[in-house]
Design a binder for this molecule. Sequence first.
Ligand SMILES: Nc1ncnc2c1ncn2[C@@H]1O[C@H](COP(=O)(O)OP(=O)(O)O)[C@@H](O)[C@H]1O
Ligand SMILES: [Mg+2]
Length: 237
Amino acid sequence: MKILEVKNLGFTYENYEKPVLNGVSFSLQAGEVLGISGSNGSGKTTLCYCLCGIIPHCLSGKMDGKVFIKGTDSGQVSLHQLTSDVGIVLQDPGIQILMPTVEDEIAFGLENQRVPREKMKEIVNETLDLVGITPLRGENPNNLSGGQKQLAALASVLALNPSLLIFDESLSMLDEMASQRILFVMKKLKDRGKTLVIVDHTSRGRGLYDKIFLLGRAKLTGTNKMTKENEITLSPG
Ligand SMILES: Nc1ncnc2c1ncn2[C@@H]1O[C@H](COP(=O)(O)OP(=O)(O)O)[C@@H](O)[C@H]1O
Ligand SMILES: [Mg+2]
């Protein structure tokens, strides 16, 4: 089953002339893991925003092409509707954490989805356990270290059980222990058949990838070209 399909995607931020993304096309089947690598400013985060619906729903600019998540055009449904199918752990997870405790944060999305209270408790406990942060459940997320915040953000996304998970540099800014924990969770998700997009310029996650997408520094043309190593290479246009 095709979970993600990107067709001729382009994006130019409002009041800018040059596109950050141009002609990007690829698709991912259920259970596939895509690694995205590329230099600073090459458009990795912008691509992640397009893949989860933040673009076009929350950021202004000109989007070309289409992103289909489980067959649904991301521009045609609300961001809220997309959250049950796609979750993102942002490069700066502090932005996405809103609640006073870690467990409230994990429960927040479930409350929005009107999950019954008992079921919610069960999911919160399971997710805390999976991510390895049960001892942090009562902590204020603002007081956590960068790595712990990353794990809390990941837990709040996982609780919603999306088919597609996007990690924007989740492995880059962490100490060895936290990044090993995130890698462990990614591996579990892969085993469970989730589709993952992992932005990573450290190569820490390399063992998990089925494909790698290299974003060039210059304007991009999507070629969806597979190399010997099963890499998708975007050549500068
Ligand atoms: N909100 C924004 N408004 C205007 N330009 C932006 C915005 N966010 C990112 N950019 C620009 O888009 C380009 C790609 O940024 P980004 O997607 O963050 O790259 P990466 O994640 O690969 O470092 C950069 O030139 C950056 O300055
Ligand atoms: Mg980035």
